[in-house]
Design a binder for this molecule. Structure first.
Ligand SMILES: Cc1cc2nc3c(=O)[nH]c(=O)nc-3n(C[C@H](O)[C@H](O)[C@H](O)COP(=O)(O)OP(=O)(O)OC[C@H]3O[C@@H](n4cnc5c(N)ncnc54)[C@H](O)[C@@H]3O)c2cc1C
Length: 403
């Protein structure tokens, strides 16, 4: 039976990061990564639209954690040990410069995930980490002071095991049998499917708005993007992440209320409209967008308020003003289903966080068993935060496994 000091199950972001750091911290350690697929790092390859959004330019742990609907409390301590600045320095030390985009997302300057993959592969080779592909782990037992790990090809033993299998239900089942509790998996980071004349002909238009899920305590404010299928953009994606469980329970059928003029109430806008009625009396309402709204969106909202195309501001009656104020500040859209956000998606769910020691990422149920990455019930909004969780967990688990 092959014997190792550290076996890492899963050749993804967290697995590689942990293996490389462990090998550097303890150069004598015998380390292997077991990967079920023919290729390693396949999610890294497709991540961030092929550019790999490595992390996010947020440098305060207490701010960074606010991006994790699941894991907010638990990651605070770990981020004090290893977070964004450390990630940047880690890659810089290996010749990879990261750049910050306007919205805070950080990518390699090469703009390709290949750079990150090549770095991990060459580091693994340099540090003599065995990368065993096409080895899906099927069994895991504690036996005579060692973990015994069974794949379809071999049986291996190790003093310490790190599970970094991402959102793989089979491993969750195996861990359940070992006494861990698993929070059921549901999708996170998705866009809302909406068929509605107010947005049907506007794909590509993006505007700042406030969005609320009716009947739930879910709301957000930020850019909203109109797509061929409905609504997307950061504000919608954040709602999908914070509401991953609630929206799943609603089977993705719910109403979303959009305030296209965030910060203003219906009453305030009604007052503004009354001023415009006076100031723009002879102009046609439909023709010129107000409140800096995109013109075609304004026109669709005017039409939805049942205001005829040639109506002038002076002609607007009380009901029309009310309906327009309503469309501008509380437009209700019926959501029927969701679509995948191609740049990044994750699964909410995984190992119950109460069962993990977040100083070491070790199981509280079994000694010498560690976790990192998406296998835990941790996930983030879009923007590089999911990888940051993988780097932080991988690093701290490596430190604990080699100390
Ligand atoms: C399309 C897409 C784009 C994304 N873009 C970004 C982005 O730009 N920025 C960001 O922060 N996040 C992004 N994410 C999320 C990010 O990819 C994940 O959060 C991250 O990869 C999790 O890392 P991980 O190592 O925990 O899991 P994974 O990267 O999923 O790796 C797990 C590995 O374990 C292997 N495995 C599973 N079961 C077994 C088994 N039984 N035996 C052996 N091996 C096994 C899997 O094959 C896989 O290789 C994206 C996700 C997707 C789907």
């Amino acid at each position: 039976m092959m014997q190792y000091d550290i076996l890492i199950i899963g050749g993804g972001a967290a697995g590689f990061f942990a293996a490389i750091n462990a090998a550097e911290m303890d150069p004598g350690a015998k380390i292997a990564i077991l990967e079920r697929g023919k290729e390693v790092l396949s999610k890294v390859r497709i991540s961030g639209g092929g550019r790999c959004n490595v992390t996010h330019a947020e440098f305060l742990p207490k701010e960074l954690v606010k991006n994790y609907p699941r894991g907010e409390k638990e990651l605070r301590g770990p981020f004090h040990q290893f977070m964004t600045g450390d990630t940047i320095a880690w890659f810089e030390k290996r010749g990879i410069e990261l750049k910050i985009e306007e919205d805070g997302r950080m990518f390699p300057v090469s703009d390709t995930s290949e750079t990150i993959i090549n770095c991990f592969l060459s580091e693994a080779e340099r540090l003599k980490i065995q990368v065993r592909k096409s080895e899906a782990v099927k069994t895991l037992h504690w036996k005579d002071s060692h973990w015994e790990v069974g794949t379809q090809k071999s049986t291996l033993s190790a003093s310490k095991v790190l599970i970094a299998t991402g959102s793989n239900p089979k491993i969750w089942n195996l861990l359940e049998k070992l006494g861990h509790s698993i929070s059921p998996a549901v999708p996170s980071l998705f866009t809302f499917n909406i068929k509605d004349n107010r947005i049907a002909d506007l794909p590509g238009i993006s505007t700042h708005a406030e969005v609320k899920v009716q009947g739930e305590k879910l709301q957000d404010e930020g850019p909203v993007l109109i797509t061929h299928w409905g609504l997307s953009g950061p504000a919608i994606l954040r709602l999908s992440a914070w509401g991953a469980r609630e929206l799943h329970d609603l089977e993705y059928n719910f109403n979303v209320e959009v305030n296209w003029l965030p910060g203003f109430s219906s009453e305030e806008i009604l007052e503004q409209l009354k001023v415009l009625k006076f100031d723009l009396a002879k102009q046609q309402v439909f023709k010129k967008a107000q409140f800096e709204l995109p013109k075609r969106l304004w026109q669709n909202l005017v039409t939805a308020s049942k205001i005829e195309g040639n109506t002038t501001w002076a002609d607007l009656n009380k009901d029309e003003l009310l309906r327009l104020a309503q469309q501008l500040t509380a437009a209700v859209f019926q959501v029927n289903g969701k679509s995948t956000f191609k740049e990044e998606f994750v699964t909410a769910g995984g190992i119950d966080l109460k069962e993990v020691n977040f100083k070491t990422f070790e199981s509280r149920i079994h000694n010498n068993l560690f976790f990192a990455g998406e296998v835990l019930n941790i996930d983030a909004v879009t923007g590089g935060f999911n990888f940051q969780n993988a780097w932080t967990g991988g690093y701290l688990a490596a430190k604990a496994m080699t100390s």
